[in-house]
Design a protein around this ligand. Structure first.
Ligand SMILES: N[C@@H](CCC(=O)N[C@@H](CS)C(=O)NCC(=O)O)C(=O)O
Length: 350
């Protein structure tokens, strides 16, 4: 954090950022009860915030903290640490970063905030006012290991790439998340990350926010969504050869950034079954049309199963019913979130 930015922050946040930290890499803090750090960025959960604060016209009815496995993961990373993830348990963009931290076993502090309350200290870190936001140590005293400077970063893809590069030692943090020895393969991964971010994810929101008054039918958006999943699955089928590893992940037996980029929305597909007539609607085996389509959907299912059963994905997941509650406003298309409003007005996602 630059001194200029720190001096602008209210004491609640800036004091923790000013505090010099000793980076203790590869140590794990013991689980302690989840401490939801609200600063003045209060959660709107009725249970955690029964105060006088008037709810904004945004999605403020959210459960205030992670539950289930994610609560355990959050609580085991609640001790002060210079690397801080400001997140919201419900947010798929946050889950991308959370999965990356879990995959690489990176020591960090998780701080739950409600991004719909645009607290000044949050906006000072991320002027876009979105989670995930990361506070990263950028300068450490080589003699004492004391962190001298912490700076903010945001945008989920940028954050995941940053974490993979800043914590690159494979002996400590495991395999890199993009192929390091093949520029073409790395570019191919980025191409399919772009496919996920520019096609699959926006179609997911058009699908879940579909209501009967939309200019497109539920079948039309479902079919568009299927098309984007099938393109992804076909790429996995086409890229595998008898000599390379066939699956289950995008890069065969290697879990990569491509998988991480899509995993949070794969986990949320059950919401379509819950909320939308006809559900996700992926045709069952034997009813997929051509032989090629049978193969493509089979590859999708193989990927889906492996990714949703991945430890890092499960660790960063709250209880299913919490997502059902959190996505109700999306399903009714009444959400006032940036993503929801962008989808409604046909703009690109924030
Ligand atoms: N492009 C951003 C999107 C992040 C995003 O939209 N986060 C949502 C929560 S899922 C948020 O902070 N919303 C606050 C708001 O809508 O005001 C990223 O990839 O990190």
């Amino acid at each position: 954090m630059s001194q200029r930015l720190v001096s602008k922050l209210p004491r609640t946040l800036s004091s923790s950022i000013r505090t010099p930290f000793v980076l203790k890499l590869n140590t794990r803090s013991l689980p302690v009860p989840v401490q939801v750090h609200h600063c003045t960025m209060s959660s709107s959960s009725p249970s955690s915030n029964p105060s006088t604060q008037k709810p904004a016209s945004v999605d403020t009815s959210l459960q205030g903290s992670p539950t289930g496995a994610a609560a355990l993961f959050a609580s085991s990373h609640s001790s002060p640490h210079p690397l801080k993830l400001y997140g919201g348990w419900f947010c798929p963009f946050v889950q991308r970063v959370w999965i990356t931290l879990a995959e690489k076993n990176i020591p960090h502090q998780y701080i739950e905030i409600n991004p719909y309350h645009k607290a000044p200290e949050f906006l000072a870190l991320n002027p876009r006012g979105l989670v995930p936001t990361l506070a990263v140590p950028t300068s450490t005293d080589p003699k004492t290991g004391t962190v001298k400077e912490v700076k903010p970063l945001y945008e989920s893809l940028v954050l995941c790439e940053y974490l993979d590069e800043a914590y690159a030692d494979e002996n400590v943090y495991g395999d890199r998340l993009l192929p390091q020895d093949d520029a073409y393969e790395r570019a191919r991964c980025r191409l399919w990350i772009d496919h996920i971010s520019s096609r699959v994810v926006p179609a997911f929101y058009r699908f879940i926010q579909h209501t009967p008054d939309k200019p497109y039918t539920i079948d039309e958006i479902r079919s568009e969504f299927h098309g984007h999943l099938k393109a992804f699955a076909k790429e996995m089928l086409d890229a595998s050869s008898p000599s390379s590893s066939p699956g289950p992940f995008f890069l065969g037996d290697k879990f990569s950034l491509v998988d991480i980029m899509l995993a949070p929305w794969a986990k949320r597909l059950f919401l379509m079954d819950h909320y939308k007539p006809g559900g996700v609607g992926i045709p069952p085996s034997g009813q997929r049309g051509s032989e090629v389509d049978e193969e493509i959907w089979k590859r999708w299912e193989e990927w889906y199963k492996a990714v949703t059963e991945r430890d890092s994905v499960k660790k960063t997941w709250s209880e299913d019913e919490q997502y059902v509650g959190a996505y109700k406003r999306y399903a009714e298309d009444t959400t006032q979130s940036e993503v929801g409003r962008a989808t409604r007005s046909g703009r690109g996602l924030p």
